[in-house]
Design a protein around this ligand. Structure first.
Ligand code: CA
Ligand code: CA
Length: 95
């Protein structure tokens, strides 16, 4: 499948593309699963409280630090984190 130019050999760039695509899918699915885990009331968005409950329980992030990040990620300022905003949040937290 990864052998795109059909020479029977998987070149480094073909291998790299496959690996990168796989990584993208994995990350996307993981983040969606995490999003659903955070969204306790199944409202399809994650509120500040849901984020805080989850992260304080799991890792004990500082509230000020969290507020700053959430404020930056919640670009439309409705106090709820959509799936796209949630992905940005996770990249912030994990980077
Ligand atoms: Ca929710
Ligand atoms: Ca929002």
């Amino acid at each position: 499948m990864a052998d795109e130019n059909d020479d029977g050999v998987i070149s480094y760039s073909e291998w790299l593309m496959t690996a990168m695509n796989r990584q993208k899918i994995l990350t996307h699915e993981k983040l969606e699963a995490a999003f659903q885990g955070f969204d306790i009331d199944k409202s399809n968005s994650v509120s500040f409280d849901e984020i805080k409950n989850f992260l304080f329980g799991a890792k004990g992030f500082e509230e000020n630090y969290l507020n700053q990040i959430i404020d930056r990620v919640d670009t439309n300022k409705d106090g709820e984190i959509s799936l796209d905003q949630f992905k940005a949040l996770m990249f912030e937290l994990l980077s």
